[in-house]
Ligand binder design. Structure first.
Ligand SMILES: Cc1cc2nc3c(=O)[nH]c(=O)nc-3n(C[C@H](O)[C@H](O)[C@H](O)COP(=O)(O)OP(=O)(O)OC[C@H]3O[C@@H](n4cnc5c(N)ncnc54)[C@H](O)[C@@H]3O)c2cc1C
Length: 344
């Protein structure tokens, strides 16, 4: 144990959009929070996977960049002084001696909390890597060079020769977007049909017809060429073994996310196909004092949307209130009635 344990009302596992909004909801009910995330910054999938993509279905925002939404959620939570613990994974959840739970992280942080909210999204997520020998030597280069599994800043690809691999929405959307500024864009897919939204697929085909994008189909990744870990070309092959060499500064493989609950699978919760089954009205997760919200939960009719997770955060906070304030009646109040505290 590196430090003295922390004590708080609610420990929130995951600082994705839903975990951040849970801080606000708990704060409005006079409950303090510590938030732990394995990543180095808040925002979960919004920050790690698509910070510069616009989201169109956040109520009240006709359009908002994912990164900007995270920024605003952080501002909304700030008056309640949450304590964040980044870059550490929650490994153990143990019942406390008194009431509540003891949360232990990979960095040796211990937090005692009356209740725990698991807002861990898809768990420990990471990209599915293509099985290419020696690919590691091209990973971890600055954006715009080497092999990258996500685009954090579109500008980094200006003037680059980009090869995109995959046939889903990410592959097609980024091909459309980067074709506006890259030196060249080639899309490698092993089938002639794409799994992307039909309108996007149509736009990609048009760009290919206009000679703006090179559609390399049906081909798949075969190998990489470079010097000193610096990518120079991507080798692709078709089913008959015919090969093509695509000059490239960067390869963006979009083969989806690997989903791994990690340590959460060992916490004795109601699991159903890599998700935590909850009662939707309370989001209780099968053990007293443990609640789960956001992408990680399942119940009949669950929609994996940020706005659904926001509503679950409100339900969980209300269900937690009697655990933190036993014997105190909770009078339901609108935020317009009670306002929010000034930031200390
Ligand atoms: C490309 C793309 C576009 C999308 N577009 C939309 C859209 O337009 N509208 C919409 O509503 N949704 C969209 N989504 C889905 C949306 O991003 C998710 O529904 C949302 O991020 C779920 O939020 P969350 O807080 O539940 O989980 P996440 O955002 O996944 O965050 C969970 C966090 O928990 C952390 N974590 C997990 N396990 C542990 C552990 N043991 N210890 C510590 N930390 C842990 C992770 O590091 C992560 O930061 C999109 C998703 C993608 C990938």
């Amino acid at each position: 144990m590196s430090n003295e344990p922390h004590n708080t009302d609610v420990a929130i596992i995951g600082a994705g959009p839903v975990g951040l909004f849970a801080v606000f909801q708990c704060g409005m009910l006079n409950m303090s929070c510590h938030v732990i995330d394995a990543l180095d910054s808040p925002g979960g999938q919004c920050t790690a996977l698509y910070p510069e993509k616009p989201i169109f279905d956040i109520p009240g925002y006709p359009e908002i960049m994912a990164g900007d939404l995270v920024e605003k959620l952080g501002q909304q939570a700030a008056p309640f002084d949450p304590v964040y613990h980044f870059g550490q994974q929650v490994e153990k959840l143990t019942p406390s001696d008194g009431n509540g739970w003891q949360v232990d992280t990979s960095a040796g942080t211990r937090i005692n909390a009356a209740a725990v909210i698991i807002a861990a999204g898809v768990g420990a997520f990471g990209p599915n890597r293509p099985p290419i020998e020696g690919i590691e030597q091209y990973e971890g280069h600055p954006p715009g060079h080497g092999v990258h599994y996500l685009v954090l800043r579109r500008e980094d690809y200006r003037g680059r020769r980009v090869v995109i691999a995959g046939g889903g929405d990410s592959a097609v959307d980024w091909a459309l977007s980067l074709s506006e500024l890259a030196a060249s864009v080639a899309v490698v897919h092993r089938r002639s049909k794409f799994r992307a939204a039909p309108e996007s697929g149509q736009r990609l085909k048009q760009l290919a017809d206009d000679g703006v994008v090179d559609l390399v189909i049906p081909f798949q990744l075969h190998g990489l060429e470079g010097v000193g870990g610096e990518l120079r070309a991507v080798i692709v092959s078709d089913l008959d073994g015919n090969q093509r060499r695509l000059e490239a500064d960067v390869l963006l493989p979009f083969f989806g996310l690997s989903q791994n609950l990690g340590p959460i699978a060992d916490w004795g919760l109601n699991l159903h196909r890599n998700h935590i089954a909850v009662e939707p009205d309370t989001c209780i997760a099968g053990r007293p004092g443990i609640f789960a919200i956001g992408d990680i939960v399942t119940y009949p009719g669950k929609l994996k949307l940020i706005l659904t997770g926001f509503a679950e955060a409100a339900s969980a906070a209300h269900a937690i209130y009697p655990l933190v304030h036993p014997g105190e009646a909770l009078h339901f109040e609108y935020s317009t009635t009670k306002g929010i505290p000034e930031r200390r």
